[in-house]
Ligand binder design. Structure first.
Ligand code: IPM
Ligand code: MG
Length: 360
């Protein structure tokens, strides 16, 4: 079969990790008799440098026309990059938020699991890492603080900034349904994370999640406050199956969840709308400090490509093959710098891509 994939290499390490993932996709296509037609679009700083804005209408149209979108990372050093002298709506991150909104990608799936090969790189206590964990964060992606009204004003000579956290019940319900559907195919437990002891938006969140839960009698639902969840993730991550949460909490908890797997360089993600269409990106950022040095870890992007095959293209056998190829590379002792431990073989970004290709 032929598939059209729009790629967003982006900024920083983005182009290197997307190049590695494309190689893996090409090898997979050749092995299984498919063809992937790639089209690159600009987003973030790369688009600002050419067009003056982080995302053009043409780029959005190219993304919409594809079967799926594969992204690297966007953004630069917020202290030194000239992109951050622009007004906020013209900065790199505005491009990412815009594409999420334009494509209606309300559900962000971020699986975090501990590869036994990486238990030495895991920052948790040995008995906790020995117990292992396999959880997935379902993060609401097009609402909440990220998209609420915001302003910065001066009142009586005092500067003041306002961000608004809004959710309506439909936004909560559709992402909750996704989480319960995912839980159905896993260990049948949803932990909904909120701050219902303080926030109205969280109290509505909890009420709507309970309404959705009534349609899923086989699934255990529990509610957890976000501060407690942050603690439980390092104390006992094995208790979690599906974590469902709003945009900002999900942003923060997913970085934490990735770090307990050994490195943020391992965490893939899928952003989905109501159809099979999705945008797939590593959960990590553009790491401008190591860009262009061929030392970044491409695994999160390669695993995101595997998620793309599974969720958007219905190629689950091929997705399994990529995941197995990643596992084999780790088992054979190959590591990029972020997951390197003594006794393993340190490789660069491109070489890690080649090794994974060879395993397919
Ligand atoms: C992420 C990133 C983005 C977010 C940034 C780059 C806007 O941190 O995908 O987690 O906060 O959503
Ligand atoms: Mg983040």
């Amino acid at each position: 079969m032929n598939y059209n994939i729009t790629c967003i290499p982006g900024d920083g390490i983005g182009p290197e990790i997307v190049a590695a993932a494309k190689k893996v996709l090409v090898k997979t296509a050749n092995t299984y008799g498919h063809h992937f037609e790639f089209k690159d679009i600009l987003m973030g700083g790369a688009s600002i440098d050419v067009h003056g804005i982080p995302l053009t209408d043409e780029a959005i149209a190219d993304a919409k026309a594809a079967d799926a979108v594969l992204m690297g990372s966007i953004g630069g050093d917020t202290n030194t990059s000239p992109w951050y002298k622009l007004e906020p709506s013209k900065r790199p991150e505005a491009g990412l938020l815009k594409i999420r909104k334009e494509l209606g990608l309300f559900a962000n799936l971020r699986p975090a699991l501990l590869y036994s090969e990486l238990s030495d790189a895991c920052v948790l206590k040995k008995e906790t890492s020995d117990a292992g964990f396999d959880l997935i964060i379902v993060r609401e992606l097009t609402g909440g603080l990220y998209f609420g009204e915001r302003k910065t004003i001066t009142e009586n000579g005092v500067r003041k900034a306002v961000d608004t956290l809004t959710y309506d019940e439909n936004e909560i319900r559709r992402v909750a349904v996704k989480a319960f559907e995912i839980a159905k195919k896993r260990r049948k437990k949803v932990t909904s994370v909120d701050k219902a002891n303080v926030l109205d938006s969280s109290r509505l969140w909890r009420a709507v999640v309970n309404e959705v839960a009534a349609d899923y009698p086989d699934i255990t639902v529990e509610h957890m406050l976000v501060d407690n969840c942050a603690m439980q993730l390092v104390k006992d991550p094995a208790q979690f199956d599906v974590i469902l949460t709003e945009n900002m909490f999900g942003d923060i908890l997913s970085d934490e969840a990735s770090m307990i797997t050994g490195s943020i360089g391992m965490l893939a993600s899928a952003s989905l709308n109501e159809t099979k269409f999705g945008l797939y990106e590593p959960s990590h950022g553009s790491a401008p400090d190591i860009a262009g040095k061929d030392i970044a870890n491409p695994i999160a992007t390669i695993l995101s490509a595997a998620m793309m095959l599974r969720f958007s293209l219905d190629l689950s056998k091929e997705a399994d093959a990529i995941e197995a190829a990643v596992k084999k590379a780790l088992k054979d002792g190959y590591r990029t710098g972020d997951i390197y431990t003594e006794g393993t073989t340190k490789v660069g970004c491109s070489q890690m891509g080649d090794i994974i290709c060879d395993n397919i």
